[in-house]
Design a protein around this ligand. Structure first.
Ligand code: HEC
Length: 304
């Protein structure tokens, strides 16, 4: 220590510095260096606070990010026959009248005059079906089908695409019935209708199940399966079997999944080695030992 101080006193002429303060400038780089060093130390000391995010992260709930599908049974939507497009059956017309009363009359009025209660004050107002002028999309079969399929954007006339082709086609007759002036349905109309909307095709609409429900169903099924594995692994508690089974749970999983285990157990075991949980000793064991293993196994576990 003394030596170091002596060294510093030899190197720096303190008296000279005091007498002539300008000489400090010569040491300024040391001072600057020390200043930076001190600032850095205090910076390092605070670093965890400096980089901590002050706003807490609000994790979005994935369930709310998308709309889940609804539970629905699958259904078959029957296509319409060509001749039914030109002359709908009484059954089709009765069904369309029923739909009109329950779904359309609230706006378009019971007699199609556009004077339904729910239509009051709408802009544009609901079409008056008794009048054959002023239609926006048109009164032809293709146009009315289009209106029902797509709706009229920006108006209260929404899409009724869930109606079947039969129902939409029959509605064309019901709606134009209010003016007693049904536009002719030409062969060209029928062709266009079928090309655009595939009205003659039968459709299979597959059943849908909400994802949340599907997940809970799958995990319940899985739970049952895991319970079974647990049961079997417990039943496998046997000294003789322990010699040949290295992993009880894998083995339980293996016999649960193996079909025809009784007949093919040896082939199956050899094929799936070593994932099936038997030890290599079993592969090398004699035929008698293997048979004994199987007898022991079937005496402990009922196979089906
Ligand atoms: C909520 C009220 C409302 C209901 C319910 C409603 N509509 Fe409309 N509909 C309207 C309005 C409003 C218009 C006029 C839109 C326009 O002029 O742009 C309209 C127009 C129409 C047109 C005329 C399209 C054209 O070319 O001008 C047809 C056809 C039609 N609706 C059929 C139906 C049928 C069939 C139903 C029942 C399945 C139905 N609407 C149910 C409000 C409704």
């Amino acid at each position: 220590m003394r030596k170091l101080l002596d060294f510093i006193y030899d190197e720096i002429n303190f008296k000279e510095i005091l007498r002539n303060p300008k000489r400090w400038v010569g040491y300024s780089f040391i001072i600057i260096f020390l200043a930076i060093f001190v600032v850095s130390l205090s910076f390092l000391d605070q670093i965890d606070k400096l980089y901590r995010n002050a706003t807490p992260y609000d994790e979005p709930d994935p369930q709310k990010l998308f709309k889940d599908v609804e539970l629905s049974l699958g259904k078959k939507i029957e296509g319409v026959k060509i001749e039914e497009i030109k002359s709908p059956t009484n059954e089709m017309l009765a069904r369309a009248r029923e739909i009109y009363t329950t779904t359309c009359a609230s706006c378009h009025g019971p007699n199609g005059n556009g004077d339904g209660i729910a239509g009051k004050g709408l802009n544009p107002p609901p079409r008056d079906f008794a009048s054959i002028t002023g239609w926006k999309i048109g009164r032809g079969i293709v146009q009315i089908y289009k209106t029902l399929q797509e709706g009229i954007p920006g108006t209260a006339m929404v899409s009724y695409d869930y109606l079947s082709p039969k129902e939409k086609i029959a509605l064309f007759y019901v709606i134009n019935g209010f003016s007693n002036d049904v536009p002719e349905v030409t062969a060209k109309d029928i062709q266009e209708l079928d090309e655009t909307y595939k009205v003659t095709q039968n459709l299979d609409v597959p059943p849908t199940i909400p994802i949340a429900k599907a997940i809970s169903k799958i995990s319940n099924e899985n739970k049952n399966y895991l319970d079974k594995i647990q049961k079997i692994s417990l039943a496998l508690n046997d000294e003789y079997l322990d010699k040949y089974i290295s992993d009880k749970r894998s083995f339980a999983n293996f016999i649960l999944r193996a079909s025809n285990f009784q007949q093919n157990y040896l082939d199956l075991l050899l094929e799936s080695f070593p994932l099936n949980g038997v030890s290599p000793k079993f592969i090398k064991a004699s035929k008698q030992e293997k048979e004994k293993f199987f007898d022991r196994l079937t005496s402990l576990i009922k196979m089906d």
